[in-house]
Write a protein that binds this ligand. Structure first.
Ligand code: NAD
Ligand code: IPM
Ligand code: MG
Length: 362
């Protein structure tokens, strides 16, 4: 079968890590006799440069016609000025919203081989293997009013954290479904001691839990969760949370895995069920890392593991997904490391060589 994949390389290290992700897909195609048709489109800073828009209409159109979308990163310091009318990140948010990708899966797995790459103690992080289910198309990222204005007393700005019960219920269900397929424990993270939207979140989570009597639901406040994540990370299994909390907690969690360059993600338009096809966008959780762009030093593993997630969730190719994950594991086992996870005694490799090594093991 021919799979159509929309390729969005974006900015900074994006094109470099994307090249390695596509290399892995080519290796999968050769070994398992699949055909992937790649169509590259613009997003982010490069799209603003060429079209004036961070998400040109053609990109959304191509994405809608494909089986899955692979994205590397957006963001460029040239657009850092907050006064500019358009920013690269707007393209990513519009893409997620435009494709209805409400469920963002961010697995956090500490590879045994990398327990020394983290700034945390090996004994604390060993065995850590959990997953965030982050709500992706609601909350304060998209709530209205969202504006800046001038008053007699000076400038003001507002963002609105708003959730409907429907939005909460569907992401919490995604959390329960993922938990059911794992250890049957789900932690819902909110700020229900302060926020109205979190109080609704908690009520709906409790209501939905009646549909999943086999899964144990607990609640954690986001500030306490941030602390527990670095205190006893191996105690977590599935965490469901709203958009902004999930964004912040997942960067924190990347430090358990040793680097931002290690964590993949899947953004899905439906409840994730392995073995079924769900349309999705796959991207590393890291950004465009402008300071290391163009030097062949970025870690492509997060993108490669995102490719594995794409094979699993959008193409229902579980065997191939596992082959890619096993290949990453094996290359790390053999001691190859990019700069960000380098430790004494290992072999330093660049972005391209890391991709070559993984591709050879698929
Ligand atoms: N999904 C996305 O496209 C996405 C995500 C986060 C940030 N951003 C954007 O990226 C730009 C830079 O943001 P930032 O610096 O806060 O975050 P970042 O993720 O780009 O970088 C944070 C740190 O991690 C390092 N890093 C990130 N990816 C790496 C990789 N693959 N290999 C090795 N090291 C890696 C960087 O060098 C930096 O030290 C901003 O414009 C931001 O808005 C985009
Ligand atoms: C770039 C930005 C819009 C994005 C987010 O906040 O969702 C990023 O930080 C992420 O984690 O994917
Ligand atoms: Mg983020």
């Amino acid at each position: 079968m021919k799979y159509r994949v929309t390729v969005l390389s974006g900015d900074g290290i994006g094109p470099e890590v994307m090249a390695e992700g596509l290399k892995i897909l080519q290796a999968v195609a050769a070994k398992y006799h699949h055909e992937f048709e790649f169509k590259s489109e613009l997003i982010g800073g490069i799209a603003i440069d060429q079209t004036g828009s961070a998400l040109p209409a053609a990109t959304l159109k191509t994405a809608r016609k494909s089986h899955a979308v692979l994205l590397a990163a957006v963001g460029d310091p040239r657009f850092d000025d907050p006064k500019l009318p358009v920013h690269p990140e707007d393209g990513l948010l519009a893409l997620r919203k435009g494709l209805g990708l409400f469920a963002n899966l961010r697995p956090v797995k500490v590879f045994d081989q990398l327990v020394d790459a983290s700034t945390l103690k090996p004994d604390v992080i060993r065995g850590t293997d959990f997953i965030f289910i982050r709500e992706l198309t609601g909350g304060v990222y998209f709530g209205k009013p969202k504006k800046e204005w001038v008053t007699a007393g000076g400038r003001k700005a507002v963002d609105t954290m708003v959730y409907s019960e429907h939005e909460i219920a569907r992401i919490v269900r995604a959390g329960f479904e993922v938990a059911r397929a794992r250890k049957k424990v789900l932690v819902s993270v909110d700020k229900a001691n302060v926020l109205k939207s979190s109080r609704l979140w908690r009520q709906v989570a409790i209501e939905v839990s009646a549909e999943y009597p086999d899964v144990t639901l607990t609640h954690a406040l986001v500030d306490a969760c941030a602390m527990q994540l670095i205190r006893t990370p191996s105690a977590f299994d599935v965490i469901v949370t709203e958009n902004l909390f999930g964004d912040i907690l997942s960067d924190e969690a990347a430090q358990l895995a040793g680097s931002m360059g290690m964590l993949p993600s899947a953004s899905l338009a439906g409840i994730p069920v392995s073995g079924h096809k769900t349309f999705g966008l796959y991207e590393p959780i890291h950004g465009s890392a402008p300071s290391i762009a163009g030097q062949d030093i970025a870690n492509p593993v997060a993108t490669i593991l995102s490719v594995a997630m794409m094979l699993r969730y959008s193409l229902a190719l579980e065997t191939e997904a596992r082959a890619v994950e096993a290949a990453v594991n094996s290359v790390l086992e053999r001691g190859y490391r990019t700069d960000d996870i380098m430790a004494p005694g290992n072999t330093r490799v660049g972005t391209r060589q890391m991709g070559d090594l993984v591709a050879a093991e698929v």
